[in-house]
Write a protein that binds this ligand. Structure first.
Ligand SMILES: Nc1ncnc2c1ncn2[C@@H]1O[C@H](COP(=O)(O)OP(=O)(O)OP(=O)(O)O)[C@@H](O)[C@H]1O
Ligand SMILES: [Mg+2]
Length: 486
């Protein structure tokens, strides 16, 4: 390989057919005299534009379908050299860092010697070693193209905001399950908003036997084994549900607050009493109707109960998870939109409460398609306020435009699967940790189950890896009609 051009932080490198470098590979451009080296990543591979190549190609074309008759005379035997040159490629590379005395710096301001520099491939394990990515809590994500393992450190997803995105069926939920069970293995507390009910069997192996996670995976299905007693609820959580999930107007909210406090003082805070109190409320008809309709929504959700014994599971699970690690899967599969919002509002309120009082150390929250249940104001909350309380969120979506731009900009890690749609690529390329060309060029060519990892987990060196399979009952398959008809 030979250095050809440098423009800003883009390097153009000539590569010959036997040196097969591909998109995503890392190269080390070493200038011995300067004692420094550039670390660059190939983001595109093109044919080298060499004068005369077009004529040469035209000459070898068959004439009107018929090969040109006659004998090739090549006394100097240059034909193999010409083919070699015709197949030469130009690697467009982005400079990621400078390596000097074993230390990395992000600078790309110096110019290596064009004649003296040597260029060789840099293996991913070597790169990860230079970037100091290995730590005490390894999580093996999968393998890279050169058959080495990509191992990240669990501390790189601690205290961070992560996004897993890519088009449908390419393995996003699979990766989030991998991250999730690895975190649980390190005794972390994980909460999953599981929209499709696909995380519920992670305690089982693919053939249905119990695995090491079995005792740590707790599935809570709202209105079935997951209910809340009114007297355990904090007023601000109820008010959050009423105003945000059920859109109760301000005046009615004030009335509700009064009723609630009154019932609480009397010690008879039950669904029945609450209903009676609203019905007998001496106030404007509209206010009463507004309150009654919300009351019925609460009752119909089946999520609230008067029996405190029915409503202890979440607390028990949180306690257990905090002690020995565990995942609490909130199964939202058969829950209606309104009920989903009620449940999510409750859980987030509850988590903030538990974190504030230090009953919980920190929580890793995995949210699939969060736009379907997360209210507007929570997005900002999650990246700022909740992060300080200790809620570290991973958003998983196949519609990247449902996540706001500011969330991309603040994301610490992005796991990007294949996208071909220009619009989707546009949205993702707004992430600040990486340049848009890299995302566009690499994400477009990713095969299924391959992901481009960006951010802190890979020391800001974008790396493509094939995510490893899991021996877990992952249940992510799309249900098909024509499955067995082949
Ligand atoms: N790295 C992998 N190795 C083996 N199987 C995988 C891998 N990634 C995904 N799969 C399988 O491919 C299927 C689809 O994966 P998954 O459910 O994770 O996709 P998805 O991106 O979440 O799809 P959707 O957009 O529909 O939610 C699943 O059956 C899953 O088990
Ligand atoms: Mg999925």
């Amino acid at each position: 390989m030979k250095l050809y051009k440098k423009e800003g932080n883009v390097l153009h490198i000539l590569s010959f057919p036997n040196e097969n470098a591909e998109k995503g590979d890392y190269l080390l451009v070493e200038d011995q005299d300067a004692g420094k080296a550039l670390i660059a990543q190939v983001i595109d591979v093109q044919f080298a534009c060499i004068p005369g190549v077009l004529e040469e190609l035209l000459r070898t074309l068959p004439d009107g379908g018929e090969p040109i008759q006659g004998e090739d005379i090549d006394p100097l035997e240059i034909a193999p050299h010409i083919t070699y040159i015709q197949d030469a490629s130009l690697l467009i590379c982005k400079i990621r860092a400078t390596l000097e005395n074993g230390l990395l710096s992000p600078s790309s301001s110096w110019l290596p010697s064009r004649s003296q520099s040597t260029i060789k491939k840099l293996s991913i394990p070597m790169l990860m070693k230079l970037a100091n990515v290995n730590g005490k809590l390894p999580i093996t994500l999968g393998s890279t193209k050169d058959a080495s393992l990509l191992t990240i450190d669990a501390s790189a997803v601690d205290g961070t905001l992560n996004i897993i995105t890519g088009k449908k069926g390419c393995g996003k939920s699979h990766l989030s399950k991998l991250l999730m069970v690895s975190l649980v293995g390190y005794k972390a507390t994980v909460v999953v908003f599981d929209l499709n009910g696909e995380y519920t069997s992670l305690g089982l192996t693919a053939d249905g036997k119990r695995n090491i996670h079995y005792d740590k995976i707790h599935t809570l299905t709202p209105a079935q084994n997951f209910k809340v007693a009114l007297e355990q609820l904090h007023l601000n959580v109820v008010m959050g549900i009423l105003t945000h999930a059920l859109h109760l107007p301000g005046t009615s909210a004030r009335e509700f607050r009064r009723i609630w406090k009154h019932l609480k003082e009397k010690g008879c805070l039950t669904l029945h009493e609450l209903g009676e109190a609203i019905r007998n409320l001496n106030c404007n008809q509209h206010v009463r109707d507004a309150l009654l309709s919300r009351y019925h929504a609460l009752v119909n959700s089946g999520f609230f109960t008067d029996n405190p014994a029915e409503a202890t599971l979440l607390d028990e699970c949180l306690l257990k998870a905090n002690e020995q690690g565990g995942a609490i899967i909130i199964n939202l599969r058969n829950t209606s939109t309104i009920d989903r919002q009620i449940v999510v509002e409750y859980i987030l309120g509850k988590l903030v409460d538990a974190l504030q009082s230090w009953r919980l150390k920190a929580v890793f929250l995995f949210a699939e398609e969060a736009h379907l249940y997360l209210r507007e104001t929570y997005w900002d909350d999650i990246v700022t306020r909740m992060r300080h309380f200790g809620i570290f969120t991973t958003f998983i979506t196949n519609q990247p435009d449902t996540i706001r731009e500011n969330i991309y900009r603040q994301a610490d890690n992005i796991f990007l699967f294949n996208f071909t749609n220009e619009h989707d690529l546009d949205v993702v390329s707004r992430a600040s940790r990486i340049d848009a060309e890299t995302i566009r060029s690499i994400a477009r060519d990713l095969p299924p189950h391959h992901c481009l990892a960006l951010g802190k987990v890979v020391g800001d060196f974008p790396i493509v890896a094939r995510i490893r399979p899991l021996d877990l009952k992952t249940m992510g398959e799309t249900r098909l009609f024509f499955k067995n008809i082949n």
